[in-house]
Ligand binder design. Structure first.
Ligand code: UD1
Length: 422
């Protein structure tokens, strides 16, 4: 298994290009199932999660062709010849459940394996299922699979999500665009990835209003047509690389970064004392000298502080001046990076969903283990600030969500390399 070696202590300078959003791409790809005409995505990220979704769509009969080194995904779902999403693929990635709504809407039937447990909490899919039932689907859970049917098609309905869920909002939104009549989704998620999905569906002929607010109204149409859509920039990759100069010192311009994608995160980052500047090319973050100040963070659905940046922010707080309280409100069990950071000399006390971090002057390099996607990048960030060498193992987690992380960070002067097969 590969690992990544980081030698800390170098200030960063330069530019990092921000890729298209993994999480947006993972919901835009299943949208191809809604139409028999081609859907082309540009600005797609090159990640193993995208390859897993490609494999899943291909298993259903869709064609996915990678062009321009994977940055363009040309998809066609002309011949959907299999309505079963198999456990062997679904277990690799929870986002696989996103094929359920579109398949059911277009084909009137779908069988999808329930995703297994996940390292960052129980993560059920009950809201996805409740929403589809509200649109008239009959569901049966058998042998670890959801068998969904809507013989005479889905029907528009008013559905209020009991709690905000990004994935469930995406699944029901995709299902409702081909339902008969009007659907109103209340307490919908407002993430930029939902806005991006709605924009793509509209390009395909869907009638949607209100995306980006907590109430989305969809007027069902008989069919969708082909379209080309650019994937929104990845706000989590953006936030991660904005933290790199905050942790290591120096200045990094994140190309393609947009403030409205990361506003509550940027507000917290600015409160630590680093400078954030909106430039013609993106967002530039500079830390001139001295330690940053501690800030308290509480994760929340968008527009709140993203749970997907909590681990990375914790890495910064490890060397901040003062005590920081980080509250994780979206997922239980999402502090698995804390014991690894403590191996590097961080002072962290975890109690339930709260982590209290007392900043130390210096972290020390150590062998550490990635436990999930965002945790793995937080260890790399911490390594940038640590004295000596940090070896992060189990980097396959990282490959799921960060393209060319070594190239991007070494491009701004970090001492980082991938070591193969150890
Ligand atoms: C998406 C993102 C993930 C991010 C998360 C929260 C993708 C592929 N992944 O995950 O990176 O961390 O949003 O911003 O886009 N819940 C239920 N029942 C459900 C669905 C969710 O109880 O049917 C709970 C979850 O356990 C969690 C909360 O709702 O506690 C929010 O989860 P959700 O927004 O659905 O996250 P995902 O869509 O899985």
């Amino acid at each position: 298994m590969d690992s990544i070696l980081v030698r800390g202590g170098t200030e960063l300078a330069g530019e990092i290009p921000i890729a298209g959003a993994k999480n947006a791409c993972l919901t835009l790809m299943p949208a191809t199932l809604l139409s028999d005409e081609p859907l082309t995505l540009t600005n797609a990220p090159r990640l193993s999660d995208i390859r897993t979704m490609t494999q899943l769509l291909a298993s259903l009969g869709a064609e996915v062709t990678q062009l321009q080194d994977g940055q363009v995904l040309a998809m066609s779902s002309h011949d959907i010849n299999n309505l079963t999403a198999d456990y062997d693929i679904v277990r690799k990635m929870r986002a696989s459940i996103l094929v359920l709504g579109p398949m059911l809407a277009r084909c009137g039937r779908a069988v999808v394996s329930l995703p297994g447990g996940c390292a960052i909490g129980a993560r059920p899919v009950d809201l996805h299922l409740k929403g589809l039932e509200a649109l008239g689907a009959t569901l049966d859970l058998k042998d670890g699979y959801v068998h969904a049917e809507a013989k005479s098609g889905l029907k528009g309905a008013v559905f209020e999500f009991p709690l905000v869920s990004v994935g469930a909002t995406e699944n029901i939104l995709m299902a409702s665009v081909l339902a008969k009549g009007t659907t109103v989704l209340k307490n919908a998620a407002r993430e930029p990835e939902i806005v991006d999905l709605a924009q793509c569906l509209r390009r395909m002929g869907a009638q949607i209003e209100g995306e980006g607010t907590s109430e989305i109204t969809i007027q069902g149409v008989d069919r969708l047509h082909g379209a080309t859509h650019p994937v929104v920039p990845d706000r989590i990759e953006l936030g991660t690389y904005m933290l790199a100069p905050a942790i290591a010192g120096g200045s990094v311009e994140c190309l393609g970064g947009r403030m409205e994608l990361v506003s509550s995160f940027a507000e917290k980052l600015a409160a630590t004392g680093v400078e954030i500047e909106e430039t013609a090319k993106g967002l530039k973050v500079t830390r001139k000298n001295g330690r940053v100040r501690s800030v308290d963070v509480e994760t929340a659905p968008f527009p709140g502080f993203p749970t997907d940046l909590q681990a990375q922010m914790m890495a910064l707080m490890c060397t901040a001046d003062g005590v920081s309280v980080l509250e994780e409100r979206i997922f239980e069990n999402r502090f698995m990076h804390a014991p690894e950071l403590m191996r590097m000399g961080a002072s962290i006390d975890v109690s339930g969903g709260t982590a209290t971090v007392t900043g130390v002057e210096k972290l020390k390099g150590a062998p550490v283990m990635a436990t999930d996607l965002r945790a793995s990048v937080s260890l790399i960030l911490a390594g940038l600030a640590a004295e000596g060498e940090t070896r992060v193992s189990r980097v396959y987690h990282l490959d799921r969500g960060y393209e060319h992380v070594v190239r991007k960070l070494s491009g701004v002067g970090a001492s980082i390399e991938r070591v193969h097969g150890e």
